[in-house]
Design a protein around this ligand. Sequence first.
Ligand SMILES: *Cc1c(COP(=O)(O)O)cnc(C)c1O
Length: 495
Amino acid sequence: MKYVSTRGNEQNLQSAEAIIAGIATDGGLFVPTEFPQIDMDFIESLVDLTYQQRAVKVLRTFLVDYTQAEIEACVNGAYGCDKFDTQKIAPLAEVGAADVLELWHGPTSAFKDMALQLLPQLMSTALKKTGEKDQIVILVATSGDTGKAALEGFKDVDQIRIMVFYPNGGVSKMQYLQMATQPGSNVAVVAVKGNFDDTQTGVKKIFGDQDFKVKLKAKGVQLSSANSINWGRLVPQIVYYFSTYADLLQQKKITLGEKINFSVPTGNFGNILAGYYAKNMGLPIHKLICASNTNNVLTDFLQSGIYDRNREFFKTITPSMDILISSNLERLLYHVTGGDTNQIDIWMKQLSSEGKYAVGDSYIKEIQEIFWSGWADDEKTKETIRKVYDVDQYVMDTHTAVAWQVAEEYKKATGDLTRTVVVSTASPYKFNDSVLNALGREIKGKDEFALLADLESFNKTKAPAGLAQLRVMPVLHSSVCDKETMAAMVEAKIK
Ligand SMILES: *Cc1c(COP(=O)(O)O)cnc(C)c1O
């Protein structure tokens, strides 16, 4: 199996090379040229395995240039050694008649951990395999969640440094503390005087600055990225679709071969796209339900075939889905067009010049065979949190509530009785104020830790240790820079 750029200018890479590079030089994303095929015996064989063992089997099908031993070591580094607060890693919770896939038992309490615990392992193994001697510096611009998950994943990993930039005053108190208290010998955290756009633009500028790259290269340093366009972030997510299916078999809720649906709260289209890969490998999935918030650019696309980012941007109570450009959609388009890289290049150029492209009737019909879409606004989201708590005493976070709500709408609209798993992407304790507010509790005048204690007082699941501890952790990072001096900051921190 080889990897190619969705825009056609890079071909024949091994997975290790694609993972080190992150993004292709033509601006495209790396994709596998084929879907490995599995059969029912493969699925059945997963039932009695641990999450780690399931991961090794699934990852092997894509990372064919890694040895079995290498993948085992990576998986154990990511999901072993008590980094997750449950042995199951990605447990399935029973909530009334529904199944909720909890992807937030990792060190930062958000689903980003599922991929960002494994990516550093895959990357540092890739460096050894390819004989790369340079030091890799990972640059991340974050609006909150990704930064912390990347720091936790990359801390103390050999041959790699990580630098996270966040907008000064532009992240929640909890997110600030998560990053500012980050231990590790190879980490740097810097606040940028500006908003998230300034921060992201600053990082993109550094990536695009050829002179700066040459200067770094002379010092034996290369830059790379940990954001969700890296294949090494997508591939770990395929595993939990298989693992969920194996759990449902084990619990005798389904029979081998029976199809199931997943409802996924979607932003950059990475999580749900991993489900698409699983389906194309042969996992019995009927529909993938793409759940959006008021920034419903994907709902419109999946209903009309027209992607149009020219619209008002809303700040919602589901900030991880406040996105108008869903990068991973490019990978879906590659596969649906049968690898028509010229066509992808044209659409992506239209997206960047006009903010818009249309894929036409036949492609969108094909996409609709697999994907259903819907969205929920903040009011509906809060109502869902309250309703599920009232009926089942299960507290879910805002993003999960969007997926729950859209799954309900799907059932109503289609009458489809296929078992539907709701994918849960964050612990409710990451969004205490919105969740408590949805449940009708008083939040005024209380700090993050008082809110955390409030939520804990009636939630069956206790607050994650990683969040509760923040109250007493020392602040280790206090650098601030201007958006114009971010590159200088990178140089200073490398020394
Ligand atoms: C990142 C994130 C999402 C969106 O996932 P994508 O893979 O970008 O679609 C949803 N919910 C939470 C809590 C997230 O952190």
